[in-house]
Design a protein around this ligand. Structure first.
Ligand SMILES: [Zn+2]
Length: 252
């Protein structure tokens, strides 16, 4: 049965990833998600259903439009494979539990937030605010007795980033603060692991970009993708890391 769950999760992730590509492209431009249907941005030809199969079509067409030969970025299949991998990891972590649906929704939002932030240096209210409200509602519905933990974790993580944004203007944005709220609402206490991972990864990548001369101090590096990655790590292995750390410092 587990093989069924994992392969099903992967296939569902591919299909959802294909839809997320549309969301990432259209939501910042305030375009409809359904109309017009998928079309080549270069020649505007509609994409035939058999050319719209996740990953496979891109490989068969070798990354080019069937009508005009314009290149289709490798990011489209990458987002599909990434979403599929995350959906499968979620299934590995949650198994046949309702919590899996929350993880899938959470991961889908994080993929969208990450790529919109990379493209536009923006975390959209239209995405994180409804996601935060839904995330809190779903967390409380799944474990009603821990409602206070989700609330405190979300508000605490958001407050922490808000203080950093006040102390170092220009580094952190209010979008990051709202994303931290979502992370805490979904992760509860594991948000500590997520924040720690985000700052660690953001620091390492930031320093290596500076050292490699690829970015100067004035360039901005979006922090949303690191928070998203932290959120993924926190939700998948946050429990293990917390237990390990508490043992390490000798609380138990
Ligand atoms: Zn075309």
């Amino acid at each position: 049965m587990d093989v069924l769950l994992y392969s099903g999760s992967f296939l569902l992730g591919l299909v959802i990833g294909s839809f997320l590509n549309v969301v990432i492209h259209r939501v910042p431009l305030r375009q409809s998600l359904v109309r017009p249907g998928s079309h080549c941005p270069h020649c505007a030809h509609s994409i035939r259903w058999y050319d719209n199969i996740p990953v496979l079509s891109w490989l068969i067409l070798r990354g080019r439009c069937r009508d005009c030969g314009a290149q289709i970025g490798i990011r489209y299949p990458l987002v599909e494979v990434l979403t599929a991998a995350l959906f499968t990891l979620g299934a590995l972590a949650a198994g046949w539990e309702l919590r899996l649906l929350l993880l899938w929704g959470f991961f889908a939002v994080l993929v969208v937030v990450t790529f919109i932030d990379i493209d536009h240096m923006l975390i959209l209210n239209r995405v994180v605010i409804p996601a935060g409200a839904l995330g809190l509602a779903a967390s409380i519905a799944l474990v009603p007795s821990r409602w206070w933990e989700y609330l405190i974790s979300g508000c605490g993580a958001a407050l922490f980033l808000f203080l950093i944004a006040l102390l170092w203007p220009g580094g952190m944005g209010l979008g990051d603060v709202k994303l931290a709220l979502l992370l805490g609402f979904v992760l509860g206490a594991k948000v500590i692991v997520a924040m720690f991972a985000a700052f660690l990864l953001g620091g390492v990548v930031g320093i290596s970009l500076l050292a490699g001369g690829r970015r100067s101090r004035k360039d901005k590096i979006p922090f949303g993708p690191f928070l998203a990655l932290g959120g993924i790590i926190g939700s998948l292995v946050g429990d293990h890391i917390l237990v390990w750390y508490v043992g390490l410092i000798g609380w138990v």
